[in-house]
Write a protein that binds this ligand. Structure first.
Ligand SMILES: NC(=O)c1ccc[n+]([C@@H]2O[C@H](COP(=O)([O-])OP(=O)(O)OC[C@H]3O[C@@H](n4cnc5c(N)ncnc54)[C@H](O)[C@@H]3O)[C@@H](O)[C@H]2O)c1
Length: 486
């Protein structure tokens, strides 16, 4: 089959040159059977037509249009649904918008019935996920769910109960598993090259563009995102559980809001600032919604309907999440992990090391070596598309390295297959599994497809960590009583 075009990513996330590649290594691309002649396409609706929905809309109207059909939108904001309706019209070669029916969130069940929806893609804000999963499944449709599964223990229980009661399918779209470098690490561990894992050290760095972005809108409110421990780190906790084939049991966390927010800004002597980024001049902390076509269409031109500001200043009051986090997590097998997340780094990437009884494996990734600014001091979201960007001297080289070293031997670099598109190549491969899993010719030896249990386990680490931050004590995940799922 043909490979999809480069995919939609958050505009503030690093865009590596490789993301524009249209080639992929056969080693990471699974084989799928052709679609049986005459088989009807599955009918998809999108619930939550914000930025992330774009990846699914592009897939359904692009490379997966032979197996999937988009039939309706559900979002309270008419401008955002309208933005995608116009995109779909263009993708389908129509003269104008696609004119798909639009529904308000309270009419979700009616949409599923009237439009004979088979699957709902849930890309709403995190704190809505549990309610939306339960409503979609009760109305008789399957779910494709963005991470995190839920932001609270109650939400986790609601999802487990919904799946048990309805028997409906829930695909968790943990795209990081599909990034070839992460898959390669799982292969190394599963091969026994380092023996039995004993401990993990994992550090994730978000830079002053991507990291700052979590402090501009609903993510900054822990009741909406569950904090970065749930919103962001659930990706990472899922990776660790999957790399080790293990289940988290106990979490201790320490951290705080030490950089963003009004109090920190005042303590560092920062003066008054504009309340929002659009229109700000010479300010590397500002996100100008006019700098990107999607940011303009999805947010700036939509705010009149609901007052949702996408570009709030990161040094304003009202932030209730942390920007520096340190955790110790114990796993069922006896492995322990030290984990750190920092959201205001000068570069972006991650490093993970797994120690084992026979050696050690290390994965080091630099996704963006430095943040570029233009001549006026504004951050350049995509330097490859902006020749006026001021090059940063002696930038850290971007790249990825997977190194195995067994006891009594030298270090050996493991080749990482080439990926394509967003999230290190993960998004395109994930979408193949989301839309044509039933056509796979071979079982996935890496077991990349994730279900609701994986989603709950990953969220549970973040939820337990949040409790630990508040109580100052280690929290047992069993005590969260998330139901039978764990
Ligand atoms: N896997 C990844 O790499 C990745 C990347 C980005 C976002 N995400 C996830 O995708 C989801 C959406 O993120 P986003 O950045 O697109 O957010 P967003 O704020 O841009 O979009 C959310 C949309 O949901 C709509 N909405 C709000 N309340 C609703 C309700 N009650 N019913 C229906 N729609 C409602 C909003 O109007 C908006 O259009 C989040 O859960 C986020 O964690 C995942």
């Amino acid at each position: 089959m043909t490979h999809p075009a480069p995919l939609d990513q958050n505009p503030t996330a690093p865009r590596r040159a490789a993301s524009a590649s249209v080639r992929a290594d056969a080693a990471v691309t699974p084989r799928f059977a052709p679609v049986p002649a005459g088989r009807p396409r599955r009918r998809y609706a999108v619930l939550g037509t914000g930025h992330r929905a774009g990846m699914y809309v592009g897939a359904i109207t692009g490379p997966h249009r032979d197996v999937a059909e988009l039939v309706a939108w559900c979002d309270p904001n008419p401008a955002r649904a309208g933005f995608y309706d116009a995109e779909v019209g263009a993708a389908l070669g129509l003269d104008g918008p696609a004119g798909l029916p639009r529904y308000a969130p309270e009419d979700l069940e009616r949409m599923i019935a009237e439009q004979a929806v088979d699957v709902v893609v849930v890309t709403t804000p995190d704190h809505r996920h549990a309610e939306h999963v339960a409503r979609v499944q009760a109305a008789g449709a399957d779910v494709v769910l963005e991470k995190p599964a839920a932001t609270t223990a109650d939400g986790c229980r609601a999802i487990a109960e919904s799946v048990a009661a309805t028997g409906r399918d829930l695909v968790m779209t943990f795209n990081y598993r599909y990034a070839p470098r992460n898959s390669a690490l799982r292969e190394v561990i599963a091969s026994g090259a380092i023996g039995r894992p004993t401990s993990v050290h994992f550090e994730w760095l978000l830079d002053t563009v991507h990291g700052a972005d979590y402090f501009r809108r609903w993510h900054r409110d822990r009741t909406c995102s569950g904090s970065l421990l749930v919103h962001k780190s659930s990706h990472h906790f899922d990776l660790v559980g999957w790399w080790l084939d293990d289940v988290p049991e106990r979490v201790f966390a320490s951290g705080g809001l030490r950089f963003y927010g009004d109090v920190n800004a005042a303590a560092r002597g920062m003066g008054p600032r504009p309340a929002r980024g659009t229109g700000a001049v010479g300010d590397p902390w500002a996100l100008d919604l006019r700098s990107d076509r999607r940011l303009t269409g999805l947010y700036l031109e939509a705010e009149q309907h609901d007052g949702y500001l996408r570009d709030r200043d990161v040094f304003t009051e009202g932030i209730s999440i942390e920007d520096n986090l340190s955790l110790v997590v114990d796993y069922r097998s006896g492995v322990s992990m030290t984990y750190a997340l920092n959201a205001h780094c000068p570069w972006e990437g991650y490093g993970v090391a797994v120690n084992g009884t026979e050696g050690r494996v290390e994965l080091t990734v630099v996704e963006r070596g430095a943040v570029s600014v233009d001549a006026e001091g504004r951050v350049v979201l995509d330097p490859s598309a902006n020749p006026d960007a001021v090059p940063v001297a002696a930038s850290r080289p971007e790249g990825e390295h997977l190194v195995v070293q067994r006891h009594w031997e030298g270090a050996r670099e493991v080749p990482i297959p080439r990926g394509e598109g967003g999230h290190g190549g993960g998004d395109a491969l994930l979408l193949m599994d989301v839309f044509r899993r039933d056509l796979r010719l071979d079982e996935d030896p890496l077991g990349r497809a994730a279900g609701y249990r994986d989603g709950l386990r990953a969220a549970a680490v973040g939820i337990a960590a949040g409790q630990s931050l508040r109580t100052g004590r280690a929290v047992s995940i069993g005590a969260l009583d998330l139901g039978s799922a764990l």
